[in-house]
Design a protein around this ligand. Structure first.
Ligand code: NDP
Length: 329
């Protein structure tokens, strides 16, 4: 089959040259294994971290090896007692057209939610659910601000905050995205972080200050949000995409003073911290999706050969909602 390997480690913004297409030979199917034909590949911001060899919470990719990451596929052949040909499954086999996996390494999913398994009902949805409810603990009438609001995690965060009765403020990088958040998803206020008047617009969007901030972005944007926090604010550090491609550490105003002055709490997390509660989160998200209380949108790029380009699009804000690559029917 064909796979995409890490050809080299990027300095700063990654490019297509960091990836290479290669023929990959699949091992013969053993007892307990399945052969999978990939239908969708998930491209996610955290994968940028794995392209570097810096120490992190997850091991770096190895140069010359197939990029691993979330994918969905259909079982083409099975030597497993638990899975049969035709089943839709999700796992971490990554950027290859076909894969051989142990049955325990994949999870069967409802084919109607094949793509959602990589988004709202999968890792990004669970990130939104636990990072918001456990850390931000939004209360009725409070103001919840979310950065990266038009992405897979952010749009779910805003809708859950709304379900909890909070006033939601979404920050994103284009007016089309803002219109979608406001008009389709019911965000109460929206702000474009590219605006020249960002500081004033943020203030206007949060007339009662900020009780909770779900941060996907970091950088100077978050410095500004931190100036608006209220007493006992909760800040959930989910992502810092504004700094993933910087070669030098980005130093801004220190946050200790606002945290001290407002008796506020800031906490980082990795979604896998909540692995023991994934069943609970997935069940609740599924129910909300089925009830129409959480809507989701996918940005679908077509074709295996466009996987690297799709990934790079994350850092240019090309997506509204979950960015996926469609590989086959
Ligand atoms: P998104 O679907 O949100 O895609 C990334 C978005 O980030 C882009 O669409 C773009 O939107 C925005 N962006 C890109 N570069 C910048 C920049 N320099 N400044 C501001 N915004 C930028 O991705 P996900 O929903 O999958 O992930 C969102 C965040 O959550 C990421 O930071 C990710 O690393 C983090 N994450 C953390 C997890 C955890 O366990 N802690 C798990 C999963 C995700 P725009 O047009 O608005 O710029």
């Amino acid at each position: 089959t064909e796979g995409i390997v890490l050809a080299s480690r990027p300095a700063g913004m990654p490019s297509a040259e960091n990836f290479r297409f290669e023929a990959v030979s699949l091992p013969e199917l053993q007892e307990g294994q399945v052969l999978i034909r990939t239908t969708y590949i998930s491209v996610d911001p955290y994968m940028r971290g794995r392209m570097s060899d810096r120490k992190s919470y997850i091991a770096p990719f190895t140069v010359g090896e197939v990029i691993t990451g979330g994918a969905v596929g259909i079982v083409a052949a099975s030597k497993s007692k638990h899975l049969q040909a035709g089943d839709t499954v999700t796992g971490d086999w990554g950027w290859q057209r076909h894969a051989v996996c142990r049955d325990k390494q994949v999870r069967k999913v409802d084919e109607r939610y094949a793509t959602a398994a990589l988004g709202v009902l999968g890792m990004p949805g669970l990130t939104a659910y636990f990072g918001l409810l456990d850390i931000c603990q939004p209360q009725k009438g409070e103001t919840v601000v979310v950065s990266g609001a038009a992405g897979a995690v952010g749009m779910t965060v805003g809708q859950i905050a709304k379900i909890k009765g909070a006033r939601t403020v979404g920050i994103a990088g284009s007016d089309e995205k803002l219109a979608y958040l406001r008009d389709e998803l019911g965000f109460d206020a929206v702000v474009n972080y590219r605006s020249d008047q960002l500081k004033d617009e943020l203030k206007a969007a949060c007339p009662n200050g900020v009780d909770a901030y779900f941060d996907n972005v970091g950088g100077t944007l978050s410095d500004l949000v931190m100036r608006l926090i209220n007493k006992h604010a909760r800040i959930s550090i989910c992502g810092q995409i504004a700094s993933y491609n910087l070669e030098k550490a980005d130093v801004g105003p220190r946050v200790q003073t606002p945290l001290l002055m407002k008796s506020a709490m800031m906490k980082g997390f990795i979604v896998s911290d909540y692995a023991p509660r994934f069943k609970e989160g997935a069940a609740q998200l599924t129910q909300w999706v089925q009830e129409g209380r959480i809507k989701y949108r996918e940005h679908m790029v077509e074709g295996f050969e466009r996987t690297p380009e799709a990934f790079l699009g994350l850092f240019k804000g090309e997506n509204t909602g979950k960015l996926l690559v469609k590989i086959s029917e």
